[in-house]
Design a protein around this ligand. Structure first.
Ligand SMILES: *Cc1c(COP(=O)(O)O)cnc(C)c1O
Length: 624
């Protein structure tokens, strides 16, 4: 067990590990490390002042752009270092994030690069041929029917540089038929290869012999024959593989590249003269860890690019074939960082344990009195001892209650005082808590009710146990003292991020009736949005795009409000007219209320139907 101390590191929430320089903590708040460095909490307040309550998804297009540029820059540098003559190109795989608030700014910002889109379905292919600039690459992976292939041909006729990657021989047969029907220009053809190298991690099934995708060696030979027979050999331009997402280790990738490089060389020898590209898929990992020593990946982008370029050069030299164009389809790496989910904390469930709720009597049982004295006189020096004493007293007092010697008020005072002592002790002990104290933290966690839906906004946490960096947006110059578990507002008990002693989250002891407290969930820009589901009929959060002008001032653009309750119902195919009619009818039929009141009920229900379904008010705080 590495000695994790939670003093200063907890205050920084590991931002130096996962933050990648995108965000910094200054003056106690998280700031966007760009331009004039606005505080996230300032952006959030600006949006809330315009009436957008509930969770907010903030998009930072400059972060996605920076990732794409760093990919190109790292490959440029690696090619230069190794004297590599092949080109480098990349596409963004749309399945990672198809939303307009992400895709459109990304394509605009990368217009000067050979950067295009990858599609895996008809709808994605339509997006790709709409938003990819002519000449930039489009690749199409996944299972294809005749219609999808036909759309590919139409894209080629529109002048797009499109490659259809086939996953099986039958797809090649369909392409050959469409070529006979539609003639030229036609798409280029790629072959997805079935590697014997497997991926690793949660997504391992994307690679390896049992993988869902790709052609075996025999099928590759069959494909070559088919192409030759139909005079299409010169259309074969790319080999493709994808060994799975979030590769934690570099070694499977290196094996896959060796394998793919040799297949490329062999196919060239068999007459595939236009085969010039190797598409290494995605899988480049994102650092999600907030804990020292628990890194999500064992390599850097520099190592990754060096390995790819070096290995492909080596194989090309050894086999006497041209150095291939390198294609990547990194999705998670490009998209994850750009989005931050901000959700307000609505309530702290054990906050009732405050001094003002004590019901001390004139004459308390001696042990309760002693607890009270401990609480009043605890200091950094005696904190550990007093904590032990308090826990002892609590055991005794609970036994006394069971035996009927103390009453409910005494028991309530005991619980409150012990909680107060623990809180105070943790604060006083500062940087020196032991394993024992961490166990206590585990027992006295505070449950924070957070205005968001885990199922809608962090589905990979629910489905795969993927954690995301999470931290409060302000108060970062105060030590967080509460071990926290987070509850979302769905009525599902899975909607919880439980406190985990190996990956602990500590938050501040705030009074949310008096002050706002926002949590930021970072790196949620990849996969979460379209995978997110409307469990309990919670819709996507209100989103906004944050851009920077030349002077570095931020601007909020393209606010997309969360769907209204009626929109959500319509989305799952209820008929809004029928809902309105039935509601009206039920109110009409209601007995014992006046006509005026009926009108009011109807009016008020209509108002709620036109708002989004996230919680707006709770307790006394206005507008959650
Ligand atoms: C999902 C997928 C990607 C993207 O993978 P990341 O891990 O997000 O980089 C790339 N290529 C193909 C074929 C995919 O299926």
């Amino acid at each position: 067990m590495p000695s994790t101390h939670w003093g200063n590191p907890a205050k920084s929430y590991g931002i130096h590990l996962w933050g990648d320089g995108n965000f910094v903590i200054e003056e106690g708040v998280v700031k966007v490390n760009h331009g004039q460095k606005p505080a996230l909490v300032e952006i959030v307040r600006a949006l809330r002042e315009e009436g957008f309550k509930g969770p907010l998804l903030l998009r930072f297009p400059h972060l996605a752009e920076a990732k794409v540029r760093s990919l190109f820059e790292h490959f440029r540098r690696a090619k230069e270092e190794f004297g590599y003559r092949g080109k480098f190109k990349a596409v963004f795989p749309l399945k990672v994030n198809q939303l307009p608030g992400f895709v459109i700014p990304l394509m605009e910002a990368t217009a000067d690069l050979e950067y295009g889109l990858e599609a895996g379905s008809k709808a994605e292919l339509i997006l790709a041929l709409t938003y990819t600039r002519r000449g930039c690459p489009i690749t199409v992976n996944g299972f294809k029917d005749r219609e999808l292939i036909a759309i590919g041909f139409l894209a080629a006729k529109m002048g797009h540089n499109i490659t259809l990657t086939i996953e099986g021989i039958n797809e090649l047969e369909l392409i050959i038929k469409e070529a006979q029907r539609l003639g030229t220009p036609m798409p280029k053809i790629g072959l997805r290869i079935r590697l014997h190298t497997g991926g690793i991690g949660i997504w391992a099934k994307s690679g390896g012999y049992s993988s869902k995708f790709g052609l075996t060696s025999t099928e590759l030979l069959e494909a070559m024959d088919l192409l030759a027979r139909h005079g299409l050999t010169e259309r074969l331009s790319m080999l493709h593989f994808h060994i799975g997402s979030q590769m934690n280790h570099i070694s499977p990738l290196k094996k896959a590249i060796r394998e793919a490089g040799n297949l490329y060389a062999e196919l060239r020898k068999l007459g595939a003269n236009n085969l010039h590209a190797i598409n290494i898929g995605g899988g480049l990992a994102v650092e999600y860890s907030q804990q020292e020593g628990r890194s999500s990946r064992n390599y850097t982008l520099e190592e990754f690019t060096n390995d790819v370029v070096f290995l492909l050069k080596e194989i090309a030299q050894a086999k006497g074939v041209p150095e291939p164009t390198i294609f990547t389809e990194s999705g998670r790496y490009v998209a994850a960082d750009h989005a931050v989910l901000v959700a307000p904390v609505l309530e702290l469930f054990s906050q009732e344990y405050s001094e003002k709720i004590l019901r001390l009597k004139e004459q308390n049982p001696p042990l309760v009195q002693e607890l009270y004295d401990l609480y009043r006189t605890i200091t950094p020096k005696n904190a550990r001892e007093y904590l032990h004493d308090a826990l002892d007293h609590m055991e005794s007092l609970l036994t006394l209650f069971d035996l009927g010697y103390i009453d409910l008020t005494d028991r309530a005072n005991t619980e409150t005082l012990v909680h107060l002592i623990i809180k105070k002790a943790l604060l006083l002990l500062g940087d020196k808590p032991t394993r024992e104290i961490k166990d206590i933290l585990d027992r006295v966690q505070e449950r924070y009710l957070v205005n968001f839906s885990l199922f809608q906004s962090l589905p990979d946490y629910w489905g795969l146990g993927q954690t995301f960096p999470v931290m409060p947006l302000d108060r970062l110059n105060q030590r967080p003292t509460r071990s926290a578990s987070l509850w979302d507002i769905t009525c599902d008990s899975d909607g919880e991020i439980a406190f985990n002693i190996d990956n602990p989250l500590y938050l501040h002891d705030v009074d949310v009736e008096k002050e706002e407290y926002f949590l930021g969930f970072f790196k949620v820009g990849a996969y979460q949005e379209v995978l997110g589901m409307r469990h309990n009929l919670f819709t996507h959060p209100t989103e906004a795009i944050i851009v920077f002008d030349e002077a570095g001032h931020y601007r909020i653009e393209r606010i997309l409000e969360a769907q209204t309750v009626m929109d959500v119902l319509e989305d799952i195919d209820y008929d809004p007219k029928e809902i309105e009619r039935l509601i009206r009818q039920r109110i009409e039929e209601a007995e014992g209320i006046e006509e005026d009141e009926k009108k009011e009920i109807l009016g008020e229900l209509y108002l709620y139907l036109s708002e989004n379904g996230y919680l707006r008010t709770i307790n006394f705080s206005e507008g959650a």
